[in-house]
Design a protein around this ligand. Structure first.
Ligand SMILES: Nc1nc2c(ncn2[C@@H]2O[C@H](COP(=O)(O)OP(=O)(O)OP(=O)(O)O)[C@@H](O)[C@H]2O)c(=O)[nH]1
Ligand SMILES: [Mg+2]
Length: 238
């Protein structure tokens, strides 16, 4: 009898159909409502793998810009309010969205959260997404820009493995640069791979721990806030 020696699948890959497209149409509808509602402030969706330094960056940004900018943060996690607590500890107006195990934030969660956070006079609203380089890339949250953080501990091969996140981002922050001397990570290689996917992607290398690149990041942010304010004034006049 001809019995197979192994039941393992042969090496190869299967291209799967994406059946979430209809669900995303509903999300896009809500994202449009958010975009219309938040015309007076810059909205930034910060995405990354778990632990790449999003909350730490928010804390440092809050400290550096507290006299220049009124910022608020909606932060998503599957469980716990830890990140919102960390931000409040440094004086940031923050609200936790507990997704109940879900691996990304959806636009309807943001819409619900908007009724529970004071956004009066806010210049920039950050959305710290759930740590995940896959699903958050598919969900428009009504943001003006998406910023992807990739830490040097994750490996420089990630952009081509998770291309949609890098394709839909305006800026890539290469974080934890203070660890570069200890790791086989090339900022040049990760930048090249990311720009192969998205030629216009801006890149800033940062260390929230040592302060490297934070001035450049804050300058980028202030410029975007200014541009959004100008746009919102033009919109109000017509
Ligand atoms: N060496 C170094 N460590 C950092 C830096 N920024 C953050 N960390 C550390 O990285 C770990 C994760 O940082 P977080 O800011 O919690 O990361 P996060 O992306 O918000 O994590 P999740 O919300 O769980 O996805 C913490 O132990 C931080 O202290 C940095 O610039 N350099
Ligand atoms: Mg966090």
């Amino acid at each position: 009898m001809n019995t197979p020696k192994s039941n393992r699948a042969p090496v190869g890959s299967v291209q799967c159909e994406n059946t979430t497209l209809n669900l995303l149409k509903a999300n896009d509808f809500v994202a449009k409502v958010i975009r219309e509602r938040l015309q007076d402030m810059l909205v930034i969706n910060i995405c990354s793998a778990p632990g790449s330094g999003k909350t730490t960056l928010m804390q440092e940004t809050g400290k550096l810009l507290k006299n220049k900018l009124n910022m608020a943060v909606l932060v998503g996690d599957p469980e716990t309010e830890r990140d919102a607590i960390r931000m409040k500890e440094v004086g940031i107006n923050a609200l936790q969205i507990v997704t109940g195990g879900m691996c990304h934030i959806e636009a309807q969660m943001i819409l619900q959260a908007l009724d529970h956070i004071n956004l009066e006079d806010v210049d920039v609203l950050f959305i710290e997404n759930v740590g995940n380089l896959v699903c958050p890339a598919a969900f428009d949250l009504g943001e003006d820009f998406r910023v992807t953080v990739i830490s040097v501990t994750e490996g420089d091969d990630k952009p081509k493995k998770y291309p949609r996140m890098f394709l839909t981002s305006e800026l890539m922050l290469v974080s934890k640069s203070d660890l570069l001397p200890y790791l086989p990570f090339s900022v040049e290689a990760v930048t090249q791979d990311a720009r192969d996917i998205n030629a216009g992607l801006e890149v800033i290398t940062i260390s929230s721990l040592k302060g490297e690149g934070l001035e450049q990041w804050c300058d980028w942010l202030m410029k975007k806030v200014k541009e959004k304010k100008e746009k919102s004034l033009v919109h109000a006049e017509v």
